[in-house]
Design a protein around this ligand. Structure first.
Ligand SMILES: Cc1cc2nc3c(=O)[nH]c(=O)nc-3n(C[C@H](O)[C@H](O)[C@H](O)COP(=O)(O)OP(=O)(O)OC[C@H]3O[C@@H](n4cnc5c(N)ncnc54)[C@H](O)[C@@H]3O)c2cc1C
Length: 383
């Protein structure tokens, strides 16, 4: 079949891979000049079943309302009126009852996806600064640690081996950590990290050269137009998916949730190799080879805006300097991206209700890197 994919972020590139491997003739339309320049550019780089918990909980809503007037809070909700945002939040609250089953399903998808990434990178010999030292969650607050114990029961049901560690064990796992306020944590060795952008760029080259996938730079406006001379169109357009789905009357409930990252170049010897997740501050780290450390976090509900604001970047630098007092932060590169977030935090992997020849693989929110290999395989099987 002739298949067109809209978008060349991690969802589009992995979808193209599985379809091209199944001998379909694949074309990717991308409005930007190069692949993976939007949200799949400089994210937290964790492939993390241990971060599968959906955000739909009263605990998070209460916490967010306490942070509403704090400029440097991990979560910010702009007070600007926006009907899309209100509709999204109503659906978010309605999904609180699905928290446990969605967390369970996401964790299972993430575990499968991790295996698929290893298969792809072995088979195609992709180098993407992969570090297999697990992910360590750290806590400074007994209440959060208690919640983490409950979440860990769901992860266990999904098949993730993750165990509680005390302060001394934490320091053994990641000796560069120096934060006296840490009281405990959770650790697993299945999760891993790697540079999403490098992965996408390397796999794009393989798609072009080995699997004859065509890349066209184009902004797709109307799905009916894109269906001309093509059997199937698959929308993998991240935060652009909602608009393009509207062109055939599909409602894809994605809201752009902004996040920031910093890449610390030459962080020095006193910086971490084990990937960390600070649950209270909502900050993650990933080591990208000897010379780079990525630190990412924050969530902001403020529409389609990727401006970099220093009062959002500074807390990430401060976090690095307080947890790793001897880290070198002379060379720091900030970035901001928009997570394509659905209200129940589940990716949309389905056929259109309006046109049988249109499919969606989008809405991966805060876990697009983690889940894409799995959802790409799933949509290709569906097709
Ligand atoms: C700060 C931050 C940290 C994160 N950390 C992690 C992490 O540690 N682990 C994890 O699993 N996930 C993480 N994520 C989430 C992850 O980065 C995203 O879920 C993922 O990159 C989304 O991929 P995508 O392919 O859906 O979207 P994108 O990467 O945005 O790709 C969509 C592409 O479609 C193109 N496009 C859009 N509309 C059109 C159109 N009409 N015509 C043509 N082209 C179009 C865009 O230009 C873009 O290239 C993080 C996100 C952020 C912001």
């Amino acid at each position: 079949m002739n298949i067109k994919i809209i978008g060349s972020g991690i969802t589009g590139i992995t979808t193209a891979y599985y379809l091209a491997k199944n001998n379909h003739k694949v074309t990717i339309l991308e409005e930007r000049r190069y692949p993976a320049m939007a949200t799949s550019y400089a994210n937290g780089c964790q492939i993390s079943a241990s971060n599968a918990e959906t955000w739909n909980s009263w605990k998070n809503i209460i916490q967010a309302s306490k942070w509403i007037f704090e400029r440097d809070a991990p979560l910010l909700i702009s007070l600007k009126p926006d009907l899309n945002k209100y509709a999204w939040f109503i659906k978010f609250i309605n999904s609180i009852s699905e928290h446990k089953e969605n967390t369970l399903e996401t964790c299972k998808m993430a575990l499968n996806s991790g295996k698929l990434y290893k298969e792809i990178s072995d088979e195609e010999n992709i180098k993407f600064d992969m570090v297999q030292k697990g992910i360590l969650h750290i806590y400074q607050n007994e209440r959060e640690l208690k919640f983490a114990r409950e979440t860990n029961k769901i992860y266990k049901l999904a098949g993730l081996e993750r165990w509680e560690v005390n302060k001394n064990e934490i320091m053994d796992i990641e000796p560069s950590l120096s934060n006296n306020n840490i009281i405990g944590g959770f650790y697993n060795t299945t999760d891993f990290t790697g540079d999403i952008h490098k992965f996408c760029i390397e796999l794009s080259a393989i798609l072009k050269n080995k699997y004859n996938v065509t890349f066209i730079q184009k902004h797709a406006k109307n799905l009916n137009d894109e269906l001309n001379n093509t059997d199937i169109v698959i929308v993998c357009a991240g935060i652009g998916s909602k608009k393009i789905a509207n062109s055939i009357g599909d409602n894809i409930p994605i809201y752009p949730v902004k996040g920031y990252s910093i890449t610390i170049n030459n962080p020095g010897e006193n910086s971490p190799w084990v990937s960390l997740l600070d649950d209270e501050k909502k900050i993650v780290t990933a080591r990208l080879g000897n010379e780079r450390l990525r630190i990412a976090g924050t969530a902001e509900f403020s529409g389609y805006n990727t401006d970099i604001k220093w009062d959002r970047v500074r807390p990430l630098i401060k976090w690095a300097e307080s947890n790793f007092p001897n880290i070198n932060t002379e060379d720091v590169k900030p970035w901001a991206g928009l997570r394509p977030m659905t209200p129940n935090m589940m990716p949309i992997i389905k056929q259109s209700k309006k046109n049988n020849n249109v499919f969606y693989n989008t809405g991966h929110g805060h876990l697009g890197w983690t889940l894409s290999a799995f959802t790409a395989k799933k949509i290709s099987t569906l097709i």
